[in-house]
Ligand binder design. Sequence first.
Ligand code: ZN
Length: 67
Amino acid sequence: MASCYFCTQNVEPSYKEYEALKKFLSYRGKIVSSEKSRVCALHQRKLARAIKQARQMALLPYVVYEE
Ligand SMILES: [Zn+2]
């Protein structure tokens, strides 16, 4: 719990910080599971919402296609 990025940085996930959200996406563009990223349950929910918003605004990809 203490290792949650958003708790330790004392920030909330926001689509405006989409550069920071990128590190919670896998190389395929999927949201990394909370077990791997060690994000707490509360922030994982907020993170998912922020990533969805960022995708709708075309700031983040839905899927990353391999060459
Ligand atoms: Zn947290």
